[in-house]
Design a protein around this ligand. Structure first.
Ligand SMILES: [Zn+2]
Length: 481
């Protein structure tokens, strides 16, 4: 394996930006040197000049759905295409959601996900397990997966009745198990029972356009479910709870209050909620808004329609503030791509049949960096929310998430002086026939990406290979109190 020296760059950690040379021996970072202190006798196979550039830990996207079966079709990225797109975006680890649906066996669900990913990934990968049917058998499996399979987090749904939905009693039981074995419960927090009523009423009125997807999922139903999940985790013995894809300021208030009281409650948001508004996306004329149908929904710039819900100002300012204040710990993507043709089009004339999901695994590092450019976050917080905290939250630190001796050599060299233009004829490597970020021009650019010491992106070329990526067995979260 090669010895690589990255010189003249500034290494960003959660606590600072420091000029430092990084030495990689094989798959591992073995030394950091103050500038000018590398001995001339140090043996290297290759030197990369990072002058004027940032050297950051490889991005970790802890919420992706490669090949997810949903709404009569499958998410359009395979592990091969999706992990390659992730690499293009400066991501060196994904944590994908293995699926168990009601009536299925958890172990078989996990085995199926291993089959899909094994030998296909450009970068390292790990799994959470979706539990779509909480019963005695799946509760036992949760404990087994945590202790033996490196799967220490389990996703439950308060939405999608009849598909993935768990009722409050099932949630409580799963949380008791999690509290006992140290696993994290990841929650899709929306009141799906009430949402289904609003959806049926909208369709009966003839309100079938994509924008009604958001109108029928008002933010109070996210806040209510978030609150209920927090109460259940408290009753279950302070079970670790991680709210996924938070989109609403009123839901964020619930998390902030719980954290104030010392609970094991955490949350993530996604770039679509930080940057996109209902009016500019779902609200486009005709069927185009289908591109942005995802759940939780992209929300209004001002407040929810018909004066339901959160008054006064939009949700985005709250979410950025939440990221600064650590009420939101992580930015993930909830990458779940569907093409317009033959997939999103399933919902022509009925928004409730549009497969839910946006592809974004390629653009998270870019879009959150744009928050740094706009003054919303510091460079350190960018690295913390996109690289370091994901590793710590989900039991991969310090092997992942930091540029330090002993860590895997998962490194992104980031050029702050160039720009990235996103769009299907520009930068776009996800397997989709459109981009949710078409035409966006981002300051900053992924320059070079290394996955365990192997260069996978350089000179605007993908030079990695499928099968390089390895399965990462995860330990327990490091944030539990
Ligand atoms: Zn998801």
């Amino acid at each position: 394996m090669a010895k690589i020296l990255i010189t003249n760059g500034s290494v960003i950690s959660t606590t600072g930006v420091t000029p430092m040379d990084v030495f990689i021996d094989g798959e591992t970072i073995t030394a950091l040197f103050m500038p000018g202190t590398v001995s001339p006798s140090l043996q290297t196979d290759r030197t990369i000049d990072a002058n004027g550039k940032y050297v950051i830990p490889g991005g970790i996207d802890v919420h992706t759905h490669m090949e997810l079966p949903f709404g009569g079709t499958f998410a359009s990225d395979t592990f091969e295409t999706g992990s390659r797109a992730a690499a293009w975006g400066g991501v060196t680890t994904i944590v994908d959601m293995a699926v168990q649906r009601y009536g299925e066996n958890v172990h078989e669900g996990l085995a199926e996900w291993h089959r899909k990913a094994d030998g296909n990934c450009a970068i390292d990968y790990a799994f959470h397990q979706i539990i779509g049917g909480v019963d005695d058998e799946s509760l036992k499996a949760m404990r087994y997966l945590t202790e033996h399979e490196g799967v220490s987090s389990f996703k439950l749904f308060m939405a999608y009745p009849g598909v993935f939905y768990s009722d409050d009693g099932q949630i409580l039981k799963a949380m008791q198990t999690a509290a006992d074995c140290g696993a994290v419960i990841m929650m899709h927090a929306e009141n799906g029972i009430a949402i289904d009523v609003l959806v049926a009423q909208a369709l009966a009125r003839g309100d079938t356009d994509p924008k009604y997807h958001s109108y029928t999922r008002p933010s109070p139903l996210e806040a209510e479910a978030t609150h209920r999940a927090i109460v259940l985790s408290h009753v279950a013995g302070n079970a670790p709870l991680y709210i996924v894809h938070m989109s609403a300021g009123d839901a964020l208030e619930e998390v902030a209050a719980a954290r104030h009281h010392g609970r094991n409650v955490f949350a993530e948001t996604c770039p679509q909620y930080l940057w996109l508004t209902l009016e500019e996306t779902l609200g486009k004329p005709g069927f185009e808004g289908a591109k942005w149908v995802c759940s939780t929904p992209v929300r209004s710039a001002t407040r929810d329609p018909d004066h339901i819900g959160y008054m006064g100002h939009g949700h985005q300012a709250d979410l950025w503030r939440g990221l600064r204040m650590n009420e939101l710990a992580i930015v993930s993507t909830d990458h779940c791509p569907f093409c317009m043709k033959d997939q999103k089009e399933l919902g022509l004339g009925d928004f409730s049949k549009i497969p839910n999901g946006i592809g974004g695994v390629e653009h998270r590092m870019e879009l959150v960096y744009q928050g740094v450019v706009k003054g919303e976050l510091t460079l350190e917080r960018w690295v913390e929310t996109c690289c370091t905290t994901p590793a710590r939250m989900f039991g991969m630190y310090p092997r992942k998430g930091i540029v330090a001796p002993g860590a895997d050599a998962d490194i992104v060299i980031w050029d702050p002086n160039r720009q990235t233009k996103i769009g299907i004829n520009d930068k776009h490597h996800m397997n989709m026939d459109h981009s949710a970020w078409e035409g966006w021009v981002i300051d900053g650019k992924v320059d070079t990406v290394l996955s365990r010491g192997t260069i996978v992106i350089e000179n605007d070329q993908y030079v990695g290979r499928k099968g390089h990526g390895r399965y990462i067995k995860r330990g327990l979260s490091q944030y539990l109190v």
